[in-house]
Design a protein around this ligand. Structure first.
Ligand SMILES: C[S@@+](CC[C@H](N)C(=O)[O-])C[C@H]1O[C@@H](n2cnc3c(N)ncnc32)[C@H](O)[C@@H]1O
Length: 305
């Protein structure tokens, strides 16, 4: 099977796989990325007229972005909490970057703070609580949009009990999403481990490229993700649908048997009514009017054939 973008030195497509991480950056730095990923982004910018992109990576870790920029002879600035720079609270070092590369910590999966002096440990994003972390990521995304023409965000999903925490799903998207690229994770633990089918291993992560193109005095629009909210299930399963589902399982359709079925299958519906039998009776009449039911004798219905 041929997948465009999968071969070595491939063009940038929405699927990226770089099995050999290459010579850029420290291969032992936990959660590092392959320099080839940044090279492909740079080539895309170059093909779009930015011949010598000015690169900024404020969370450079093992130095991948630095090494790529140096190898290509591009101007760049990099920093990290390990140099005492806090991307959330400190000022960015310059403005007018062509590409801001944001490779966020994999939250609590990797603790980057362990070797930091105590006063910096709490600034490390990998130690934040989830909500604080997402707010910090969104804040940094906005800052990046104010300082650069393109913003690339590389983030993974984090498996937690029963599901995932997805940074890209919850963070604010700065500017116009150019592409949402799926990147294969070659060296992550879940890529190598076997789980006997009980667990779905995460073998990909997200590389999002945004175009900000902010002009002084212009407007900047961002997509702020949905809020967590409790939904009213009753709004989504109507009485008619619930009653239809119940009567499919009944031999004798009466207001009492239907009410009993609703109590078992849709208990939420009963919380909002003090007169369930009356509501069921009315719904049965509506279904009769729709031609779905036929009245057999008073109080007993049969399904219309
Ligand atoms: C996923 S790693 C980046 C890896 C890097 N791209 C590489 O290839 O080696 C995330 C980095 O964010 C840094 N970091 C965490 N919190 C930070 C903060 N508040 N300010 C700046 N850097 C931070 C960590 O020290 C870590 O190096």
């Amino acid at each position: 099977m041929y997948i465009r973008g999968f071969e070595e030195n491939a063009e940038l497509t929405t699927l990226i796989s770089v099995p050999e991480r290459g010579r850029f950056g420290n291969a032992k730095y936990r959660g590092n990325y392959a320099g080839e990923v940044l090279i492909r982004l740079i080539r895309f910018l170059q093909a779009n007229g930015i011949q010598r992109p000015y690169i900024y990576d404020p969370m450079v870790g093992g130095g991948t972005s630095r090494d790529v920029a140096e190898a290509l002879g591009l101007s760049y600035i990099v920093d990290d909490i390990h140099n005492g720079f806090d991307v959330v609270n400190d000022d960015f070092h310059d403005t007018g970057f062509d590409l801001v590369m944001l490779h966020y910590p994999y939250w609590k999966m990797i603790d980057y703070a362990a070797d930091l002096p105590p006063e910096l440990q709490k600034q490390d994003m990998s130690r934040m609580e989830w909500r604080e972390f997402i707010e910090a990521v969104s804040h940094v995304n906005y800052k990046a949009a104010a300082h650069g023409r393109f913003v690339a965000v590389l983030v993974g999903d984090i498996a937690v009990k029963g599901g995932i925490k997805s940074i890209q799903r919850e963070m604010a998207w700065p500017g116009m999403p150019v592409r949402h690229i799926i990147k294969v994770q070659h060296n992550a633990e879940s890529f190598r481990k076997t789980y006997n089918g009980k667990f779905i291993p995460i073998v990909t992560e997200h590389l999002l490229l945004f175009r900000t193109d902010y002009q002084p005095g212009g407007e900047m629009w961002v997509l702020v993700p949905a809020q967590y909210k409790k939904i009213d299930i009753d709004q989504y399963v109507t009485w008619k649908t619930a009653v239809k589902k119940v009567i499919r399982q009944l031999d004798e359709i009466t207001p009492t048997t239907v009410c009993e079925g609703i109590r078992k299958l849709f208990p939420v519906k009963l919380r909002k009514t003090n007169t369930p039998e009356a509501t069921v009776r009315r719904t049965l009449q509506e279904l009769e009017a729709d031609g779905y039911l036929r009245r057999h004798v008073r109080g007993i219905y049969v399904k219309a054939s």
